[in-house]
Ligand binder design. Structure first.
Ligand code: SF4
Length: 329
């Protein structure tokens, strides 16, 4: 049984350094490179991961995307029943919901709820809201699941798979706190079973090591790092900090406008009055949408002592994705 080294590429510095290492140690022939497209990336990241890196590293990069066709069919069938006046208990059983559907709202949602082909937006339309730090399902739906399906495809073809994961415990204070003692810090190599192995070769590397690996291989980092971005990946990421959001709004206002449009679309297909905004306000209801992306961007421009959205204070400290797989920077 031959071993295939599968490297998840995000367009970020850590996954690029991991790819460089995999090629160095095993050669291109034994490696596969795969990019999970969330649909919420900066154009520069698509260019870097799918155009520049293939040329710079002499590789091809496969792209995977989450597909929500089945979920759309189920949700549309449920909405049709609600629009026809069936009570929620008949559709969802005993489950309790904080906000209730009305037949009119269900009919409007049914009219608008169709797959857009953008995985991030489709996921949010189905969920009736956006992921949050407490419910960070985006990594699972948009990255872990499609990448796992890719690895399973390689396994099914009769290979063993080493899944190379560019996670570093030094990436952020919060990640260090989460990973120290969790086992991930000591398990740079892990037997998953069924021919699948996890390998985290840069677990103890610093950011400096990572950039040095780029330099030694003659590969330039994603240009977004030179434009004030501390990390690349979703633009913006739900985990981004105040200063980072301010910088995104200043440099890439088109991304803020796209999120504002997504907030409008998701609001139109979710339960009436349920809170829908890209950055969450905890468990507090906010039917007047006072934490829309535009409002949060305005807040990001305030200094301490300026007008504060107190419930969003947690955004002061950027955190990393909680995934131990290093799928999101
Ligand atoms: S980069 Fe952020 S928003 Fe995107 S999938 Fe990862 S955690 Fe979610």
């Amino acid at each position: 049984m031959s071993i295939i080294h599968v490297v998840s590429m995000s367009g970020g510095k850590d996954s690029t350094a991991t790819a460089i290492l995999a090629i160095e140690q095993h050669g291109r022939e034994a490696c596969r490179f795969v990019f999970a497209d969330t649909g919420n990336e900066h154009a520069e990241t698509y260019r870097y991961a799918l155009e520049y890196l293939p040329i710079a590293l002499g590789i091809s990069v496969d792209v995977v995307r989450a597909d929500f066709s089945d979920e759309f069919a189920t949700k549309r069938a449920n909405l049709a029943r609600l629009a026809a006046g069936e009570p929620e208990s008949a559709v969802y059983g005993r489950r309790k919901f904080q906000y209730a559907w009305t037949p009119a709202a269900a009919a409007r949602a049914l009219d608008l709820l169709h797959p857009t082909g953008n995985p991030y937006l489709d996921m949010c339309m189905l969920k009736g809201g956006f992921p949050s730090r407490k419910r960070q399902y985006c990594t699972d739906y948009l990255k872990t699941q499609p990448l796992t399906a890719y690895a399973v495809g390689v396994l099914d073809a009769g290979h063993a798979v080493w899944s190379w994961q560019g996670v570093r415990i030094d990436e952020s204070h919060s990640r260090r706190e989460r990973l120290q003692g969790s086992g991930a810090c000591v398990k740079s190599f892990e037997v998953v079973g069924g021919g699948l192995f996890n390998y985290r070769p840069i677990l103890r590397w610093t950011a400096r090591d990572v950039f040095q690996a780029h330099e030694l291989a003659g590969v330039r980092p994603n240009p977004l790092y030179l434009q004030g971005m501390e990390r690349v990946g979703c633009m913006p990421c739900i985990n981004c900090g105040k200063a980072e959001l301010r910088e995104i709004a200043r440099r890439f206002p088109e991304h803020i406008e796209r999120i504002a449009e997504w907030e409008r679309l998701v609001s139109a297909v979710c339960r009436p009055r349920s809170p829908v905004s890209f950055f969450h306000m905890g468990t507090q209801g906010h039917a007047d949408q006072d934490s829309t992306i535009h409002a949060v961007v305005e807040w990001s421009k305030t200094t301490r002592g300026g007008r504060q959205y107190s419930l969003l204070d947690q955004l002061d400290e950027p955190t990393a994705c909680s995934s131990a797989y290093g799928l999101c920077e």
